[in-house]
Ligand binder design. Sequence first.
Ligand code: GRF
Length: 206
Amino acid sequence: MRKLSARRLVVLVSGEGTNLQALIGACEDPGYGAQIVAVGADRGNIAALRRAEQAGIPAFVLRVGDHAHRDDWDRALTGACAAREPGLIVCAGFMKLLGKAFLGRFAGRCVNTHPALLPSFPGMHGVRDALAYGVKVTGCTVLIVDEGVDAGPVVAQACVRVHDDDDEATLHERIKVAERALLVETVGRMVREGWSLEGRKVRIGS
Ligand code: GRF
């Protein structure tokens, strides 16, 4: 079992960036123990990039469409992240699957946040699918990214009740409140205490 630790974070984003904003806020406290050294995006002109700029955090944009092959994009993303020497990559609403090069370089050092209680409702529409299924409780999951779709080892989870009158938007907003708190807490603990991975079991601290 290899004990991993981190202090430097690269955060990957695709949209609104409220999870990024929560991490930015947390990192302002030196006691939190982490520093966001770069924000990476797969598209331009998104609120998340504006949040990074406002916080004075360097950002880069790498679009899949600007590369001849998806693997080229994956290698470019790997290089851009590696250049910042991160201990942990945080996918915070990053809507692309990561490829071989990236996962090889950052194995065990990349987490994602998903708006459902995995292994239920993986994929792009976790909130919609949970609602359609009729579950009474859903939530969010912080997981280690592997080659599967939302299939990696679970680091932390939080529950959110589904209300009878919820639609996808109201439920997702309530999940995102829990998600931001869970992400901040989990990343902070990983950074301060280190983590280890044994099969599918993730353990924070010793
Ligand atoms: C989060 O709910 C995340 O789990 C999902 O998209 C949302 C991103 O929110 N994949 P934001 O961009 O951090 O506001």
